[in-house]
Design a binder for this molecule. Structure first.
Ligand code: PMP
Length: 358
């Protein structure tokens, strides 16, 4: 068999995908992946170092990371037994779609939103059903309700706060959607520590609701690759059957339990990032930009007619932001992550140099 014949044996739904890719770039200030700009104190890392030396590497991690799951349930306000942990919330999303969506089944998601939803849905052979945000890039409740009515039993994926627009669903909006929906709803709350309605209390009421969260954003643990879902324990029992055993390595498992005990520092830093976000929003609103979108997350979306000029100046200063202008509805839009106060000031300095008087 030659290579072209071999390639043709790969499923069409996979071959047709456009790979999710982020070009590695040199930087001084990194504001393009919505990470927490504050690393953890050295003391915690040193404790991890000792743990790594003492822990045998020839033995598997525990079959079920029970301690971590219980601590996560207590932290998030979910039921013990109702948690699945994954290699980032990306893995959790894949496991969920594998469990919930059969080939050809509709998967409804908003757009623009996190691009992985479409990629995973299409990759597993489900049918992607995008629903546009409204003209202000907010959730369009009517359009979402129309889509769930048109596709009974569909999997609905909602991201609140939404990446990359920053808007969030409120309780009444989510309740309205859930009360009309007769399929599963995956609610991606990767950014919920920064704002928006915490939907955990709704889990008891809606067994078709599954909430996903991550250590990659507020928890400043992107390197750990740790995400989790919370749902009804009976639902979780089924989903666990398709999750790979030992998907969490011993390092990430232990590090996550240490980070969960750092509540005070975490809250302090999240409060600082939120204050910085609001200050950056006020600044950006005074700039000669077409639109600055209010955000409940740790980033701000901005529409800038002279996007290319600003992007070049930011790049020259070693500042990475995300160009999302190729996303639907986001012509000329950039997404600015919120960094440390010093980093945010550097962004302002570059903007003032390109747009004097800002
Ligand atoms: N959901 C959303 C909305 C995201 O923006 C991201 C990462 N950018 C993820 C999930 C995935 O996060 P991770 O796999 O690092 O947990």
């Amino acid at each position: 068999m030659n290579l072209s014949e071999a390639l043709l044996l790969i499923r069409g739904s996979v071959r047709n995908l456009k790979a999710y890719h982020l070009e590695p770039q040199e930087f001084r200030v990194k504001l393009n992946q919505n990470e927490n700009p504050f690393d953890w104190p050295a003391g915690i890392k040193e404790e991890m170092g000792r743990f790594c030396v003492e822990r045998p590497w020839n033995r598997y991690p525990p079959f079920i990371p029970e301690n971590l799951k219980n601590e996560l349930a207590d932290y998030a306000g979910a039921k013990r037994g109702g948690i699945v942990v994954g290699n980032g919330s990306n893995e959790i999303l894949l496991v969920l779609l594998l469990s919930l969506a059969e080939g050809g089944a509709p998967v409804i998601f908003c757009q623009p939103s996190f691009t992985i939803y479409r990629l995973l849905a299409e990759g597993i052979g489900a049918r992607a059903v995008p629903v546009s945000l409204d003209a202000d890039l907010q959730f369009d409740r009517v359009a979402i309700c129309d889509a769930i009515a048109a596709h009974p039993g569909a999997v609905l994926v909602l991201c609140s706060p939404n990446n990359p627009t920053g808007g969030a669903l409120d309780e009444s909006g989510l309740r309205e959607i859930l009360s009309r929906h007769d399929g599963f709803c995956i609610l991606d709350q990767a950014y919920v520590e920064f704002g928006g309605f915490d939907a955990m209390p709704l889990l008891g009421e809606f067994p078709n609701l599954i909430i996903t969260r991550t250590f990659s954003k507020a928890f400043a643990g992107a390197a750990l690759r740790l995400g989790y879902l919370a749902g009804n324990p009976e639902v979780v029992r089924e989903i666990n059957k398709i999750k790979l055993p030992y998907n969490i390595n011993f390092f990430s498992e232990h590090a996550a339990t240490l980070l969960l005990r750092q509540g005070d520092l975490l809250r302090e830093r999240v409060a600082l990032i939120k204050a910085e976000r609001d200050a950056q929003y006020d600044f950006l609103r005074r700039c000669p930009f077409e639109e600055v979108y209010k955000s409940e997350a740790n980033f701000i979306l901005v529409r800038i007619r002279e996007k290319a000029r600003l992007l070049a100046a930011l790049k020259a200063a070693g500042i990475l932001v995300r160009d999302v202008s190729s996303y639907p509805l986001l012509e000329n839009c950039l997404r600015f992550g919120i960094g440390t106060p010093e980093e945010n000031e550097q962004v302002r300095t570059v903007i003032r140099s390109v747009f004097p008087g800002s």
